[in-house]
Design a binder for this molecule. Structure first.
Ligand SMILES: NC(=O)c1ccc[n+]([C@@H]2O[C@H](COP(=O)([O-])OP(=O)(O)OC[C@H]3O[C@@H](n4cnc5c(N)ncnc54)[C@H](O)[C@@H]3O)[C@@H](O)[C@H]2O)c1
Length: 345
């Protein structure tokens, strides 16, 4: 056991074979107090990495101090902003890996105010990569973009060769950030992996408003015995990935030399429609009900239709595939929030 009772990654865990890649290594996670960043921090600390978290804790975004409770004495937290080049010039130094997860993540907000996306997601990526170029060009960078970068699917499942025709500013800003990071990989030799995440759900997501991930919001509503609103006919397909699987994909891609310079989908090749999703959540929560509701004009304009990820590339090159099915993931999520509700509601 390590300090604070975080168990070392056990032999039967698929990350066990990667412990040597991270033990004693210096790691920076931008957006580390947020949903995915904090889950990643807990796993990397369990692998023996020296973890620094950077987060601006912008109100209404996903940062939550409680998220890192299990590792608070094992990680270093820096409350700073990725747009600040002095901060970034300092923090990138001597790092072996940088996981870039900080961002404005609300695609609905990006329609009414595009500037946080442009400023945080696009400029922030450029500030980070310039800091790496000047201070630590040997670092490895892992970026988490979104499946929304594809826009409407031309075929299903969607592979990495599909056209990128994003339908909103958030999605454009993620695509721009990805391409900025790829330029620094291709031109300046800063090794980077670009991931396109599908809808991620699980413990440590913000649960106070509906503007982030739909699965977590439905979970809150079911736990509160409320009515889940399903837009349209509920038949739109999506892939919903549990955060532990997502974190494994991020860590495994960082530890795979062949992954650098490449773009990978991180998703699940078993699609679910929104009616199935709502019914599974209500079943696992043992509460709540659902009804149809009309799309708002904004949501309708941004809805890209059916999407699920082709994950054959990440399976082939990195050897990652999801392990946790929807019901198990929902059970894990609901049991977490049942215990820790007061920190999230
Ligand atoms: N959650 C998903 O379903 C999903 C899907 C696709 C892509 N992603 C991407 O993964 C990344 C992480 O998403 P998440 O769900 O953990 O979001 P999150 O909102 O929970 O975490 C993002 C964190 O970044 C921090 N942050 C925002 N602006 C910052 C700045 N200027 N400087 C420093 N910190 C800042 C926030 O305070 C927050 O803690 C994002 O880039 C997001 O676009 C997430």
């Amino acid at each position: 056991m390590q300090k604070n009772n975080i168990p070392k990654v056990p032999e039967e865990d698929r990350l066990f074979r990667y412990v040597g890649d991270f033990e004693g290594k210096n790691v920076l996670i931008t957006g580390g107090m947020g949903f995915i960043g904090s889950n990643l921090a807990i796993r990397l600390a369990g692998m023996g990495a020296k973890v620094v978290l950077l987060d601006a804790m912008i109100p209404d975004y996903g940062g939550n101090l409680f998220n890192i409770k299990p590792v608070e004495s094992m990680v270093t937290v820096n409350f700073g902003d990725i747009r600040n080049d002095n901060t970034m010039n300092y923090l990138v130094k001597e790092k072996d890996y940088i996981f870039h997860l900080a961002g404005q993540v609300c695609h609905v907000m990006s329609l009414t105010n595009p500037f946080p996306d442009i400023d945080i997601n696009i400029k922030g990526a450029a500030v980070l990569m310039e800091a790496c170029k000047k201070n630590n060009p040997g670092v490895k960078v892992i970026y988490t973009g979104t499946r929304g970068q594809y826009g409407p699917s031309v075929h299903l499942p969607v592979n990495e060769e599909a056209p990128t025709r994003p339908k909103g500013i958030y999605e454009i800003s993620n695509l721009a950030a990805e391409q900025i990071i790829k330029v620094y990989n291709d031109i300046h030799g800063i090794k980077s992996v670009m991931l396109r995440l599908t809808n991620i759900y699980g413990p440590r997501a913000q649960m106070q408003h509906h503007r982030f991930g739909v699965v977590n919001w439905f979970i809150r509503q079911a736990m509160d015995d409320e009515t889940l609103k399903i837009f349209g006919d509920g038949k739109i397909l999506r892939d919903f990935l549990f955060v532990n699987d997502c974190v494994d994909a991020i860590i495994m891609s960082a530890a795979t030399p062949e992954a650098y310079g490449e773009i990978f989908n991180v998703g699940i090749d078993r699609p679910t429609n929104f009616i199935e999703l709502a019914e599974a959540i209500i079943k696992v929560a043992g509460k709540g009900k659902w009804e149809f509701a009309p799309f708002s004009a904004e949501r309708k304009a941004q809805e890209p239709g059916d999407f699920y990820s082709d994950i054959s590339k990440i399976k082939r090159i990195i050897g990652w595939e999801p392990k946790i099915g929807l019901e198990d993931g929902l059970r894990g999520t609901i049991s977490y929030y049942e215990k820790q509700k007061k920190y999230y509601w």
